[in-house]
Design a protein around this ligand. Structure first.
Ligand SMILES: Nc1nc2c(ncn2[C@@H]2O[C@H](COP(=O)(O)OP(=O)(O)OP(=O)(O)O)[C@@H](O)[C@H]2O)c(=O)[nH]1
Ligand SMILES: [Mg+2]
Length: 213
């Protein structure tokens, strides 16, 4: 990854301060009319079931259980909105790719998620989470093409990086960067994170700060 420059260091410091503010759950939406009004700049978190979306939101906000986490894939079934200090809103999107979810559930979730991605003027960026042990899969590629078509600006975040050794980290980061670079709507970088070991969290906070500044 590129060296951290002075601007990034300043963003990291501001990002750290941003997330010291209290964050709280504001709304859970399963239907369009339950979506909160567009007010604050929003950063959404997307990815397969169990990739670590809720855990990453907890790590960013320094809270153990702001967003619920679970061992059971498919747990987060609604779009959950968290207000951080009245400055920004984090959105925990329903996970995709969970085989055991009922078909009607999947349709309802993806329908609302798609509408949200397409019609949300306040949405600054979608963080697409990829499990670093699996790398980018076909379901993720489907989502990337949806982002591209919806003109959503997105960035890749690798999760659970604590599970990899040094050479595995280099391989997955290189491969992921190369694939993201093929998409014009993708931010040309990748964040390697561990919610469990608090790796890459400051960098991601800094990036989020730079998006809402
Ligand atoms: N080792 C490790 N495990 C993690 C990390 N982040 C999340 N996990 C584990 O991965 C599992 C799923 O995490 P969640 O945060 O619930 O995943 P999710 O993407 O919100 O899942 P859904 O809501 O079902 O879509 C949990 O058992 C977490 O403890 C990490 O950085 N390292
Ligand atoms: Mg979740």
């Amino acid at each position: 990854m590129a060296e951290t420059d002075a601007g990034e260091l300043a963003d990291i410091e501001q990002g750290r301060k941003l997330f010291l503010r209290p964050c709280q759950f504001v709304a859970g939406a399963m239907t369009a009319d339950q979506l909160p009004d567009m007010q604050l700049p929003e950063i959404a978190f997307a990815g397969r079931s169990n990739v670590g979306k809720s855990s990453l939101i907890n790590a960013l906000t320094n809270q153990k259980s702001l967003a619920r986490t679970s061992q059971t894939p498919g747990r987060t079934r609604q779009l959950n909105f968290f207000d951080c200090g009245g400055q920004l809103c984090l959105v925990d999107l329903p996970g995709y790719g969970y085989a055991k979810a009922s078909k009607t559930d999947i349709k309802a979730w993806t329908g609302l998620t798609l509408d949200f991605l397409k019609g949300r003027a306040t949405l600054k960026r979608v963080m697409l989470l990829i499990d670093s042990r699996r790398g980018i899969g076909d379901k993720d590629r489907e989502i990337m093409s949806i982002f591209d078509k919806s003109a959503v600006s997105w960035a890749v975040v690798l999760t659970k990086i604590d599970k990899l050794n040094a050479s595995e980290k280099v391989t997955v980061t290189t491969n992921t960067l190369a694939e993201a670079a093929k998409h014009v709507a993708a931010w040309p970088g990748v964040f390697a994170t561990s919610a469990e070991k608090t790796v890459g969290i400051d960098e991601l906070r800094g990036h989020i700060f730079s998006l809402i500044d």
